[in-house]
Design a protein around this ligand. Structure first.
Ligand code: PLP
Length: 446
């Protein structure tokens, strides 16, 4: 960490072609290698070439520096090798997962009958949610169904529907508003015309904290609509759900308790070591009803008081994902985690303040809803046509990466390219934002 991660945001050399030469294809090792040599190789050959989540100007995809207590939990989980699938193969571990899932259900505002499970991430959680929405429909019964989501929905909604056997036209994408949010009115309109066409609306898949801009769909209005139309409501709060940890900022994440299913990924804004996502279900009994199987070799199956997690989701052997979250949540408390949420939201607001008052930058969404800020550098000496300006953002992203001074991603919004700062880094300070903008100006001028 101290040799590399705090020195450069991205190791060097940056870029695929340059780094490719360091990693030629080699045959599998036939003989042994001493442990000390392997660790030295990690230090010398792998560590210098990484994206460094610990660097204070790494404002990347949702890649937080993991809390140390989370990393400790990850290590203990691996050393103890508990398989949280059939209850008696990891009895205490299953109880810890039950407890952590209960805390997440409380955060969302579900009642006693809410339940859920930890997943590899949001993609798997969204997949399981769509499987629950599908219920026991199969084959031709999936034809003519419609699922509504905005143009900002995560790709896993489309992938999940496709892999669950829904025809391609099932997903009815609806244009988001000027702040990239899905509103109920255009969804209601789409439902009306779909019904007239003889189609059967099934579900609304909202996103609360979108990947590109952190936009939050109007979940309360969408919940009213879903109730009126008797549709399933899924909310993908993979990133944004963590805002509920802060009493101050929880209001930015309204209505989750009204959803049938909610995705929340602790490995995003709960600052957890990879991987740990979660799906929460308002009527928790639906998980077992959808996924239960009874293979002969799980002889202990059924002993676990409903905590045979392999019966509740898609996976078989499952890592003890709950331990790191259980340890680090208890270590900081909801208050402590909430303060980290507030810090990162404050940083996003501070970055937006600087961009708003700078003539050489443009802000995509003002103010940002959560801790994602999308912006563009406007180089001096324009005018530039739109494509040239897009290209300039891509160049800046690559040049910043190569400089090691910071790390941003890019995204496309309404057909144009924007720099994107996803601020889930609790080590960032306001001075880092000034340094980052300074680097971008310098690189941009060049
Ligand atoms: C809104 C949203 N949903 C789902 C996902 C997928 O999560 P994962 O990559 O952890 O599976 C992401 C990832 O960034 C996301 O931003």
């Amino acid at each position: 960490v101290f040799d590399h991660a705090l020195v450069r945001a991205m190791g060097e050399p940056a870029g695929y072609d340059a780094l490719r030469t360091h990693f030629p294809r080699t045959p599998a090792p036939v003989g042994p290698t001493p442990a000390a040599e392997l660790l030295a190789e990690f230090r010398d050959r792998l560590a210098p070439h990484q994206l460094n989540a610990w660097h204070p100007r790494t404002l990347s995809y949702f890649t937080p520096p993991p809390l140390w207590m989370s990393t400790v939990g990850e290590l203990l989980a691996q050393v103890t090798q508990q398989g949280v699938d059939v209850w008696h193969a990891g009895p205490a571990a299953a109880f810890v997962e039950e407890q952590v899932v209960g805390w997440l259900c409380d955060l969302v505002g579900y009642r006693e009958d809410g339940f859920g499970l930890l997943t590899s991430g949001g993609v798997m959680a969204n997949f399981i949610a769509l499987a629950l929405a599908r219920g026991d429909r199969r084959g031709s019964a999936l034809e003519g169904l419609r699922v509504y989501a905005s143009d900002q929905a995560h790709f896993s909604i489309a992938r999940g529907l496709a892999e669950l056997g829904f025809p391609d036209e099932t997903l009815h994408l609806i244009a988001s508003d000027e702040r990239f949010r899905l509103r109920a009115d255009p969804v209601a309109e789409a439902i009306r015309s779909d019904r007239v066409a003889g189609l059967q609306p099934l579900a609304i898949a909202a996103v609360a904290g979108s990947t590109s801009t952190g936009s939050v769909d109007l979940v309360d209005e969408l919940a009213d609509l879903a109730a009126r139309e008797r549709l399933w409501l899924h909310v993908d709060a993979a990133y944004g759900g963590a805002a509920r940890l802060s009493a101050r900022d929880a209001g930015r994440m309204p209505g989750l308790e009204r959803a049938d299913t909610v995705t929340i990924d602790p490995h995003k804004w709960f600052f957890q070591a990879y991987d740990v996502g979660a799906l929460l279900v308002r009527d928790g009994a639906l998980l077992g009803a959808t996924f239960s199987h009874d293979p002969e070799y799980y002889r202990g199956g059924g002993q676990g008081g409903g905590l045979d997690f392999y019966r509740l989701g898609f996976e078989g052997t499952r890592r003890w994902r709950a331990l790191k979250l259980w340890l680090s949540w208890r270590h900081l408390g909801t208050d402590g985690l909430g303060r980290l949420i507030e810090h990162t939201n404050d940083l996003a607001a501070a970055l937006a303040d600087r961009l708003r008052t700078s003539s050489d930058f443009e802000l995509a969404v003002d103010p940002p809803e959560l801790s994602v800020v999308c912006f563009r550098h406007l180089p001096e000496g324009g005018p530039h046509d739109a494509d040239a300006l897009d290209h300039h953002q891509d160049r800046l992203q690559r040049d910043l990466e190569a400089s090691g001074d910071g790390w941003l991603s890019t995204t496309r919004l309404r057909g144009r390219t924007w720099l994107r700062a996803g601020i889930v880094n609790y080590l960032t300070r306001e001075s880092d934002l000034d340094d980052l903008l300074g680097s971008l100006r310098e690189l941009g001028a060049r």
